[in-house]
Design a protein around this ligand. Structure first.
Ligand code: IK2
Length: 402
């Protein structure tokens, strides 16, 4: 009998399964609205010019391939922290921000969950939005945390159910870890307003909850890195000792380079040193030390004023293209196909995704009858839309929803 005889067939990943089905389709009109990766208006992946320039500089510098330290490339983590928390962050100025490079955002989330499981001084409970990025659930559970969901999306309005969210945050046991998407919520595209963030901060403070921010889209949501970091920075200003999972996959187009960071706001320099030592103890037996190439790209871009300026322009261009597609899609639905349904949520939502409100049956119909592929929850990855196919998509959505 084979050693692996008892290994069962696992379920396919909901998101990647969509791309597999898309690849098998032969229609010239087919559209892949599944995977959350940016495409330009020609439908092609986009390597940023600022990234390519940084790589040329790195080659000219004849960089070696030595190991990075356990917590990664220092010039990267320093620049990443400033981008997230702000150049004038007191936590950074007072040297009390512990930060480690991670295997992109996923690695940061797992590192954070492992750290919480090891050192959080209360019950290891985490609550995540309903719905949330699918991978959040196994990441937290596999690290040993007890996971529950809090109300987030409102099916009636395709927006935020703020009252339901605040009620669930209030009901959760004291000292619960609350996972928060800093901007560009995945899969709904629904973000709290500034006023709503202030309400959320207040309840979290009252219940002495702990905030775990996931910021995978800074700059990619509104086109403005400062604007997209509002919630994170406001919480820190208000005295929350947050932790942050940061990713450069989308905003710098570094998907496969796996560049991210995990950071912890500490009380003082001495505490930061102790926390740092425990992060190293978690990382060492996990993957020893992180890949250096992507970290050097981010460091080169962020530490060069002109490359950083070029990058900020490019991330705004990507965000603006998505926002333009939102307005065109809504406009076609309302004015070309005279849909009688309300589509304001297409332009009210922000970031990579639009939670269309299409039912699983409608998702199946739009796939079978119109060759449009998206996840069963009705999430549309907006980057799959271009000026060439936006009207076709509107026609397809109208026909399956009327
Ligand atoms: C909210 C969130 N956190 C974290 C991550 C982690 O991304 P990475 O590990 O690539 O940095 C992602 C990446 N999502 O992937 C796109 C999709 O849902 O189709 C994410 O959406």
């Amino acid at each position: 009998l084979s050693t692996w005889n008892s290994v069962p067939q696992g379920p396919p990943d909901a998101i990647l399964g969509v791309s597999e089905a898309f690849k098998k389709n032969t229609s010239p009109k087919k559209m892949n609205l599944g995977v959350g990766a940016y495409r330009d208006d020609a439908g092609k992946p986009y390597v940023l010019t600022s990234v390519k320039k940084a790589e040329r500089i790195m080659i000219d510098n004849n960089m070696d391939k030595e190991y990075a330290g356990i917590t990664g490339v220092p010039s990267f983590t320093k620049a990443a922290a400033a981008l997230a928390y702000g150049d004038d962050s007191p936590a950074i100025k007072e040297n009390r921000l512990a930060i480690a490079q991670s295997i992109s955002g996923t690695g940061a989330l797992r590192m954070g969950a492992e750290f919480i499981n090891a050192w959080f001084p209360h019950a290891k409970n985490v609550i995540v939005p309903n719905p949330t990025w699918g991978n959040h659930i196994p990441i937290m559970k596999n690290a040993g945390l007890a996971l529950e969901k809090y109300t987030y999306f409102d099916k009636q309005t395709n927006g935020l159910n703020i009252d339901g969210m605040l009620e669930d945050l209030h009901k959760a046991p004291k000292n619960t870890v609350v996972l928060l998407h800093a901007c560009a919520h995945n899969p709904t595209g629904v973000d709290p307003t500034k006023e709503q963030w202030d309400q959320i901060s207040k309840v979290i403070k009252e219940r002495e909850h702990f905030s775990f921010f996931d910021m995978a889209y800074q700059g990619f949501a509104s086109g403005d890195c400062t604007r997209d970091a509002y919630a994170l920075r406001k919480f820190v200003d208000e005295g929350h000792q947050v932790v942050l999972a940061q990713s450069f996959a989308k905003n710098m187009g570094l998907y496969g380079e796996r560049v991210g960071s995990f950071s912890i706001v500490c009380a003082d320099e001495q505490e930061k040193a102790r926390v740092d030592s425990q992060l190293k103890i978690i990382i060492r037996p996990m993957y020893s030390n992180p890949p250096i190439h992507g970290a050097h790209i981010v460091s080169t871009v962020l530490n060069s004023p002109e490359l950083k300026k070029e990058w900020l322009g490019e991330v705004k261009t990507m965000a603006d293209r998505i926002i333009t597609m939102r307005h065109q899609l809504r406009n076609h639905l309302e004015n070309d196909f005279n849909s009688k349904k309300s589509w304001n949520h297409i332009t009210d939502q922000i970031g990579m995704f639009c939670f269309s409100g299409m039912t699983p049956e409608q998702v199946t119909s739009i796939k079978n009858d119109w060759h449009v592929y998206l996840t069963q929850d009705g999430r549309i990855s907006m980057a799959g839309i271009s000026s060439a196919n936006v009207k076709y998509l509107a026609e397809a959505i109208h026909n399956v929803t009327k």
